[in-house]
Design a binder for this molecule. Structure first.
Ligand SMILES: *Cc1c(COP(=O)(O)O)cnc(C)c1O
Length: 406
């Protein structure tokens, strides 16, 4: 069965992304003049006559007419269209989480006997997908140095069918050379799949740089309010054919309510990211000069691996980065993080609130060796007042320094 196409006419290139954030997916056929496409919850959609039912089966999907809940209603279609437009793809599918989007994309594009390459800086649960799922289907994998396209090239086999990338990398923020990886994948007839969660479609469009699929944990900035789990995969060409078919076959969908909330979040993505990005960069620069800090891993800072690539390919930076402290160990961080007022500890990020997370990449690495002067803290800079956030971090770093010199 063909998937419902994403039908809204593409805006011309002269439409700026900010305007797309506001206008994309608002098909008058669905909104009937309401500003927002309503939440349309459905499993069954009824037909009055046998002829309507038959016609529905034949044409519903091509005309974006509701047919059966699993194929979506305008609530999901508006979100799909918006992402397709923002990421310049042929279509978008929705998944119940970012991890589900990654797992399903890999299963949709790969066959038994294939081999894939995964960056050593990958979001850790992707290693779980490889070990616990791909391996069972006889799909082999190798990790590569995220900063070395030559290393990726050296690990390519005759059966390499897909290169996975994540830019910048989780926890350690290596910015990957997507055009060079796309060239490498292209030469081998392999797909390039990019996890674009950090940059959002506003600051990076991997499909324009040669990738086949761009994935988002919409859980983060797209939703932006820490209350939805959602994943998206936008693809083009052959990758979209395979992904859309497999996604419908496997029954992948999200609730109308979650689609509505995610699209509501997207409408304000630009203003939120400007504030997250500006505050984070200011705090990153301040931390860089702080006596308790050894290094700051923020793509917009020179010291970040791949900073020059960030400068070449990205349109901005967001609110998430890491700090490496001087001396001490991860447990010493407790003195700092236990008493923070505004930075709470928790997984995920991308909501309006500040977060902090001590993490040790050492045990995660397999292709490269993690070397650092001290423990790593990942911070998400929220929308609180910047002076409040800096005072909180400053007091925390003083507690850390006192703890390691005690
Ligand atoms: C959070 C995250 C994911 C997973 O998203 P979930 O919605 O939590 O499953 C994937 N990739 C990156 C880079 C992430 O930060």
């Amino acid at each position: 069965m063909a998937p419902p196409p994403t039908k809204t006419p593409k805006l011309t290139a002269s439409h700026s992304a900010q305007t797309q954030l506001v206008s994309a997916g608002r098909d008058p056929k669905w909104t009937r003049g309401l500003v927002n496409t309503p939440v349309m919850r459905a499993s069954t959609i009824t037909f009055d006559t046998y002829a309507d039912l038959r016609a529905g089966v034949k044409t519903a999907l091509d005309t974006n007419t509701p047919f059966y809940g699993r194929m979506g209603t305008p609530s999901q279609w508006a979100l799909r269209d918006t992402l397709t437009e923002l990421e310049h793809g042929d279509g978008t599918h929705l998944f119940p989480s970012g991890v589900a989007a990654i797992a399903h994309t890999l299963l949709a594009l790969l066959d038994s006997g294939d081999h894939i390459l995964i960056p050593d800086s990958v979001y850790e649960p992707v290693r779980g997908i490889a070990v616990k799922m791909l391996k069972r289907f006889n799909i082999s994998f190798d990790y590569y140095d995220p900063m070395s396209v030559a290393d990726a090239a050296a690990r390519i086999n005759s059966n390499t069918r897909l290169i996975f990338a994540e830019t910048p990398g989780s926890l350690t923020f290596e910015v990957q050379d997507i055009p060079a990886l796309a060239k490498l994948a292209g030469e081998k007839g392999a797909f390039l799949v990019v996890d674009n969660t950090w940059a959002t479609p506003l600051y990076l469009n991997p499909l324009d740089l040669g990738a086949d699929v761009s994935i988002h944990a919409g859980t983060k900035y797209l939703c932006g309010h820490s209350d939805v789990m959602v994943g998206t995969a936008t693809a083009k060409g052959r990758a979209w054919d395979l992904l859309s078919r497999a996604s419908f076959t496997a029954g992948q969908t999200i609730s109308a309510d979650d689609a509505f909330l995610t699209l509501r979040g997207i409408r304000t993505l630009d203003v939120r990211l400007r504030q997250h990005g500006a505050q984070a960069l200011h705090i990153a620069k301040w931390l860089e000069a702080h006596p308790a800090v050894a290094r700051v891993l923020h793509p917009a800072l020179k010291s970040c691996p791949g900073h020059d690539i960030w400068q070449r390919d990205f349109k901005g930076s967001t609110g998430l980065f890491s700090v490496i402290l001087k001396g001490g160990t991860e447990p010493d961080c407790a003195a700092m993080v236990d008493h923070l007022e505004h930075f709470k500890m928790g997984f995920s990020w991308g909501g309006y609130e500040s977060l902090i997370l001590p993490a040790d990449p050492t045990s995660i690495r397999t292709a490269t060796k993690w070397q650092a002067e001290g423990p790593l803290l990942r911070v998400h800079i929220g929308l609180e007042n910047i002076d409040d956030l800096m005072a909180d971090l400053d007091a925390g770093l003083a507690r850390y320094t006192a703890a390691i010199s005690a």
